[in-house]
Design a protein around this ligand. Structure first.
Ligand SMILES: Nc1ncnc2c1ncn2[C@@H]1O[C@H](COP(=O)(O)OP(=O)(O)OP(=O)(O)O)[C@@H](O)[C@H]1O
Length: 266
């Protein structure tokens, strides 16, 4: 099996804000003046209360939503529309049910009218790396939710994106499948080594997977804490729960949420 390695992209976010204009008088300030830099090949997780602007931040990075002020640059390129160096995975797999697994993975290549024959082998390698060797000819309806989400990840990785954006990718999965996906995500990322922005409601998966956890405030979204996670890899899900260092990080994040009234201690 070949190891597919990409070059992680550098990300620079400066003075970024987003105000949604609404039909009523009061506009919604979703993101308020965020400044961030991601080193190439860093795994960054974002946690924050519902409605704090996490998806808005991701959508601006994906070039799907325009910024009200400020700018985003990927390897120095200003982002104002979807960029070839960026892959996106959403909570819902968004696979096309009438296309096979392989044809779903190759969809971005087809849309861009690139040479399909050059990407077929890569699609098969990706499937092998996510444990779906031999599933290329199946249809999405023949797969479980976890398998479909793996296919969505392969589709996002087909063009070797330097930046992979993931918006609660395991949020719709059952607890056991989620646990497996978290461990598989770590293995995949250790092979690929791209820059990842991973949005989640799960403090546990954020600390387990990330080099850095950004904790967002209730709306308007700002970064309340930028926490460096200093734990060796590979990390083991079954052991991490006995690890004092891991618990220290989880505690710090929970303390912020409790201080802001996002989590109420009983
Ligand atoms: N198109 C839009 N028009 C107006 N307001 C919007 C729009 N999209 C999002 N918002 C508002 O912006 C705020 C941030 O929304 P966003 O979806 O980014 O939050 P989130 O942190 O991802 O939430 P969740 O965790 O519940 O998915 C919310 O108050 C939401 O109602």
């Amino acid at each position: 099996m070949n190891t597919i390695q990409t070059t992680g992209a550098a990300v620079e976010i400066s003075h970024l804000s987003k105000v949604y204009k609404t039909r009523e008088d009061d506009d919604v300030v979703a993101i308020e003046r965020i400044d961030l830099q991601f080193e190439p090949g860093t795994f960054v997780a974002v946690v924050g209360p519902s409605g704090c602007g996490k998806s808005t931040l991701l959508s601006m990075l994906a070039g799907l939503v325009s910024a009200s002020t400020g700018k985003i640059a990927i390897d120095g390129d200003a982002i104002s529309r979807p960029h070839p160096k960026i892959g996106v995975v959403f909570q819902s797999d968004l696979l096309l049910y009438w296309r096979t697994v392989l044809d779903n993975i190759l969809l971005p290549i087809e849309i861009k009218r690139l040479d399909l024959s050059k990407f077929r082998t890569r699609a098969e390698e990706l499937l092998e790396q996510v444990g779906l060797k031999g599933f290329g000819k199946k249809y999405p309806s023949e797969l479980s939710g976890g398998m479909r989400q793996r296919v969505a990840i392969c589709r996002a990785l087909i063009q070797e994106p330097g930046l992979l954006l993931m918006d609660e990718p395991f949020g719709a999965l059952d607890a056991l499948t989620r646990e497996q996906m978290i461990m598989d995500m770590q293995s995949m990322w250790l092979r690929v080594q791209n820059t990842v922005l991973f949005i989640t409601h799960g403090i546990d998966e954020a600390v387990f997977l990330a080099d850095r956890v950004l904790v967002m405030s209730p709306r308007p979204g700002r970064i309340d804490l930028d926490l460096k996670i200093d734990m060796p890899r590979p990390r083991q899900w079954s052991k991490v729960h006995e690890d004092k260092v891991y618990h220290g990080y989880v505690r710090q994040i929970r303390d912020i949420f409790e201080a802001k009234g996002v989590l109420v201690a009983h």
